[in-house]
Ligand binder design. Structure first.
Ligand SMILES: NC(=O)c1ccc[n+]([C@@H]2O[C@H](COP(=O)([O-])OP(=O)(O)OC[C@H]3O[C@@H](n4cnc5c(N)ncnc54)[C@H](OP(=O)(O)O)[C@@H]3O)[C@@H](O)[C@H]2O)c1
Length: 215
C-alpha cells in the first residue's frame, strides 16, 4: 500500500528561456553571476534541513551520466546518502551503494515500489523523465528555479507533453544571486480530486446528519 501522504515533486533549474541543458547536454551556464539587492540569501542550514526532508531521488540515465561526470571531476554528488533511482535500459556503472537502476513502466514503479516506502519522492530530471512523469499524472508539485540567463536553445524542462497541464502558483522566492524559485502545484492531480471527493463525501454526510436531526 502507498505511504498515506507520499508525493512526487519535480525539481530542476532552467534558463529563463526554459532549457535545462544545452543541446549537447552541457550545463556550464548554471554558474551565473548576478546580484539582486532585494533577494534572500540562501541559508546553508536551511538548505541542509530542507534536503533532509527528501526521502529519495529519481532521474533519467542522461542526468545520471552528468552526475557521474561531475563526481569524476571532483564536483561532488548532489544526492547525499539518499536512495537514488536511475531509469535506464542500459548497463551503467553503479558508482554508489545508494544508486539503483530500473527499467520499465514508470507509473508502476512509482505507485507500486516507491510510494509504499517513501514519503517525499523527488524527480530531478532530465526533460524526458519529467515529461513522462507529468504525462502519467504522477507529480503533484513542480519546483522551477529560473537562472538569470538566456541560452537560446537546448533540452526543454519538459520534453513532449501531450496536453496542457494547469498549475497553481503556490510560492515565489527571489534570491540575491538573481535566481527565482517557483513552486507550482499540479491542478487536477489525482490526489487533489481524491481530496475533493473525500471533502464532498464529508460535507454530504454532515448535511445528511443535519437533515436527520431536524426531522
Ligand atoms: N538544469 C537542471 O536542473 C538539470 C537537471 C537534470 C538534468 N539536466 C540535464 O538534462 C540532460 C538530460 O536530460 P534528458 O531529457 O536528455 O534525459 P533524462 O531524462 O535524464 O534521461 C532520459 C533517458 O532515461 C532512460 N529512461 C527514461 N525512462 C525510462 C524508463 N521508464 N525505463 C528505462 N529507461 C528509462 C532512457 O535512456 P536509456 O534507456 O537509453 O538509458 C532515456 O533516454 C543532461 O544534460 C543533464 O545534465 C539538467
Amino acid at each position: 500500500m502507498a505511504h498515506p501522504d507520499s508525493h512526487v515533486t519535480i525539481h530542476m533549474a532552467a534558463s529563463l528561456d526554459g532549457f535545462i541543458a544545452r543541446k549537447d547536454g552541457r550545463v556550464d551556464w548554471l554558474e551565473t553571476s548576478d546580484e539582486f539587492a532585494g533577494g534572500d540569501t540562501m541559508d546553508p542550514g536551511f538548505v541542509e534541513a530542507f534536503l533532509r526532508t527528501i526521502d529519495c531521488y529519481v532521474m533519467g540515465s542522461r542526468t545520471y551520466e552528468t552526475a557521474v561526470s561531475f563526481e569524476a571531476r571532483g564536483l561532488g554528488w548532489s544526492y547525499g546518502d539518499k536512495p537514488t533511482f536511475v531509469l535506464t535500459s542500459r548497463e551503467l556503472p553503479r558508482i554508489r551503494d545508494t544508486v539503483q537502476f530500473y527499467s520499465g513502466d514508470l507509473a508502476q514503479f512509482v505507485n507500486g515500489r516507491l510510494r509504499p516506502s517513501f514519503r517525499t519522492i523527488w524527480f530531478v530530471g532530465g526533460g524526458a523523465v519529467s515529461g513522462e512523469c507529468l504525462r502519467l499524472g504522477l507529480a503533484v508539485e513542480v519546483r522551477y528555479s529560473i537562472l538569470p540567463i538566456l541560452i537560446g536553445d537546448g533540452i526543454s524542462f519538459f520534453e513532449k507533453l501531450d496536453r496542457d497541464i494547469a498549475l497553481h502558483l503556490a510560492e515565489v522566492k527571489a534570491y540575491k544571486n538573481g535566481m527565482v524559485e517557483l513552486r507550482y502545484e499540479v491542478r487536477g492531480h489525482r490526489d487533489e480530486s481524491t481530496e475533493r471527493h473525500i471533502t464532498n463525501r464529508r460535507l454530504s454526510t454532515a448535511a445528511n446528519a443535519r437533515s436527520r436531526r431536524s426531522r
